[in-house]
Design a protein around this ligand. Sequence first.
Ligand SMILES: *Cc1c(COP(=O)(O)O)cnc(C)c1O
Length: 466
Amino acid sequence: MEYISTRGSAPALDFAGATLAGLASDGGLYVPSAWPRFSEAEIAALAGMPYAELAAKIMWPFVEGSLAYDRLLELTTAAYGRFSHKAVTPLRQLDEQNWLLELFHGPTLAFKDVALQMLGLLFEEFLGRSDRNLTIVGATSGDTGSAAIDAVAGRDKVQIFMLHPKGRVSDVQRKQMTTVLADNVHNIAIEGSFDDAQAMVKRMFNDTVMTDRFAIGAVNSINWARLMAQVVYYFAAALQLGAPARKVAFSVPTGNFGDVFAGYVAAQMGLPIEKLIVATNVNDILHRALAHGDYSQGTVTPTEAPSMDIQVSSNFERLLFDVGGRDGKALAAQMAGFEASKAMQLTNAQREGAAALFQSAAADADAMRDTIRWAREACGELIDPHTACGLYAARNGGIDPAVPVVTLATAHPAKFPDAVSRATGEHPVLPARVGDLFEREERMVELSGDYDAVAAFVAEHATAKV
Ligand SMILES: *Cc1c(COP(=O)(O)O)cnc(C)c1O
């Protein structure tokens, strides 16, 4: 498979190249040059497979040319062998129509493990064939950082530098990052907000003093390999509910539009999806874009679902590219306009293309709390605040009662215990596998919000690219 940039002027790459590159050199995102398509019979034949095998079958057309099938299967078996549930992403029924797809059985209790456990292995595989060293630099509001660190800790030829805003991630999230003591892991607590940390990372990607010396890679969802890995659980869930003979709808708690774009990819591959419901919190740029065509950046309001406190959704560009006719030049101009004015209107083609599959809803604080309470009282389930946004949108989405609606449960409730106990009066318990987290030693450096201090720290500890 060949990968092209959404902005039309970066060189096309193979899967290995796109995985190591992260962002394309023209500022765009890599997408497959065409969607692989499974026939109805091919989809039906996937039913009942163990998750790791299903994953290899779904990923195969995307990686072909960069990995042999048997090697791919070894990697999916290793990645998903670390999950604490045999089904990897089990489905749970809530009521007649609603289901939860539990994506939090990985090592750090959020859905990001599903993609990052695979990405860590892919980095090691592709770097092992070359003499390259990779320097991953990322900013996190919590979940990406812990999942990425777990995925690359101790791996050869990779160093990871993860910036988090000091004092603004939860204790569980911080400890999941800082108690990983491997030599290639560097946690940096910076003074300032997540946006400040993110701005420093973006600056480093464009800092030629740094990029001349280091191969700087990305682990956020601009990396195509992450989205590819997430396509698998849409198939897994739909197959269990009767696909391809029966359509299924999904409700997806959304921030950067990565997870829900993976659902869009599943639909392009032939999975019969009735609707993809984009669920946001009050940071509702995506809801406004899908409902009114208005993609304009507001200021971020902190909520109890912090991993969705986002006002620019990087992966939305991939959708605009695909539904807008795959015109890289036109999209580059549209995105340049957005970057200059922080606002843009979707074209008619983009609005109509998106409306065919997507609908959206935004949950405010009351809706989140009431939904957490409903899940506990009516269904006996503790859910986290991100999942609650999804379930709120699922229950209010007006989907045909004959169609099952699967809400993606993106985090374990014990990752966000305060919000859960405020809503239900119950304190969710951390699973035994992470039980001694609070006794483990922590290691991190604290730096000011000054870019030069962060760049100097990275330069001192990273390994040059060759
Ligand atoms: C990252 C995250 C999200 C948002 O996922 P996107 O791919 O950015 O849309 C939702 N819920 C949780 C718990 C997350 O960690």
